[in-house]
Design a protein around this ligand. Structure first.
Ligand code: HEM
Length: 392
């Protein structure tokens, strides 16, 4: 669908008084007057739509599989248009600052346990109460296999957190380029899902605006929580952490004019376009249950009640209630009093190990193992371009 007909559909919704269409997302315009809700990734989208329609995706996935390191040459056998796109897209933007990226990598290593818990249980569960994201994920092919999808998403976080993420020997740039192709395929495929069309408030998913919203549920949220939890960070660390995310969202195809320049700008954008959008959906509730249920198979050393209360602590009781997370009041007390003390002890601000120390310690270790093993599979889970939607 062209931009023009997308706009017509929106105007029609407004004219008919379809509040869900008219008020689905807050108004948004960049300094240049462009609206990120109406920007997708034209070049990659057209290219990947062609690959899907001509049945070339399985061969492309096979060719892309061994291509992992940033410094690797492009694999042989790619269609010419795709090779040309990757040649141009698979590189750092001119404004990337390698010194900042190296500092970010070091910061990620120093704070890894907090990052695992915040990305995994904070951002991961928050994605299920971002309606557009929850519906896209649920009705795409990956929605039917959440364990595998979670493992692939871990790959993104893991590659981003590696010491050499942006260096030629690292893998993050390639992972981001592959993810950009996956998103392009989803934009072409989801509009063909009758289920998604019935549930969604938009015609084409994963706009630049949506990617920024997800960034706020990841980077902006984690940064704010680290401050709230009084985890020591220098100004240079904070700036480097932002820079790493600026580069990441550029690589995912977000236009530079939309990318926040400071944490203050990111916080303001998040308050405007993420917070008011949060809401429960049938799809999101099921996804959250799938994600939290993964612990039945992976022993995190804590009860489901503890996990529910940890999510409530990190994301609020409102979100916990939306997702129907059963209360465990004893665990709630342990989390709310023990966690701040645990952080203070770890950071050298408390002389004696607090009550519950071992529970938290074991929990963090188990979460770290989960990430470091790239999810549940001991081998790397390749990111592949989908060829269809969720069956059924
Ligand atoms: C796929 C990361 C934004 C929906 C993926 C994958 C990664 C990823 C690593 C590949 C793994 C897989 O195939 O499952 C990200 C990051 C984002 C972002 C880092 C922003 C910072 C979004 C947004 C949406 C979305 C805004 C929807 C509103 C999807 C869907 C898939 C996908 C539907 C494919 C699932 C499948 O069928 O396998 N994303 N994503 N993503 N993403 Fe995103």
């Amino acid at each position: 669908m062209s931009n023009l007909s997308r706009r017509n559909a929106l105007s029609l919704g407004v004219a008919l008084g379809l509040a869900s269409v008219a008020s689905a997302v807050p108004a948004w315009a960049s300094a240049a007057g462009t609206d990120p809700w109406w920007v997708w990734d034209d070049e990659a989208d057209n290219l990947v739509a062609g690959l899907v329609d001509s049945g070339q995706v399985p061969a492309v996935n096979t060719a892309l599989r061994p291509w992992l390191n940033n410094g690797d040459p492009l694999p042989a056998g790619l269609p010419a248009g795709l090779a040309a796109h990757l040649q141009q897209a698979n590189r750092l933007p001119s404004w990337a600052d390698r010194a900042k990226l190296r500092r970010a990598a070091d910061f990620n290593r120093r704070k890894d346990t907090y990052l695992f818990v915040l990305y995994g249980l904070g951002s991961g569960i928050m994605s299920t109460v971002i309606p557009r994201e929850a519906r896209s994920v649920y009705w795409s092919a990956g929605g039917a296999a959440m364990q595998d999808r979670a493992a692939k998403t871990f790959t993104f976080g893991y590659d981003l957190s590696e010491q050499n993420a942006f260096e030629p020997s690292g893998q993050f740039v390639v992972t981001a380029s592959k993810t950009r192709l996956v998103h392009a395929a989803v934009r072409h495929l989801l509009p063909r899902s009758a289920h998604w069309r019935a549930a969604a408030d938009e015609q084409v998913p994963i706009s630049n605006g949506d990617i920024l919203v997800t960034f706020h549920s990841l980077g902006t949220f984690v940064h704010r929580k680290l401050l709230e939890w009084r985890v020591p960070m220098s100004a240079a660390d904070e700036e480097a952490f932002l820079h790493q995310w600026q580069v990441a969202i550029h690589l995912l195809g977000v236009r530079d004019e939309f990318i926040p320049q400071t944490w203050a700008e990111a916080d303001a954008q998040s308050a405007r376009v993420l917070t008011p959008l949060l809401a429960p959906t049938t799809e999101g509730k099921e996804l959250a249950e799938d994600l939290l249920g993964l612990t039945a198979q992976i022993d995190l050393g804590v009860t489901r009640g503890f996990l529910n209360e940890f999510v409530r602590y990190v994301l609020s009781d409102a979100v916990g209630d939306w997702l129907g997370l059963r209360r465990d009041y004893a665990a709630a007390v342990l989390v709310r009093t023990g966690w701040p003390a645990y952080i203070a002890f770890r950071e050298g601000l408390l002389p004696i190990a607090p009550a519950g120390f071992f529970v938290f310690d074991q929990f963090l270790r188990a979460l770290a193992m989960l990430f470091l093993n790239k999810g549940t599979s001991p081998t790397s889970t390749p990111i592949t371009i989908p060829t269809g939607n969720r069956p059924g």
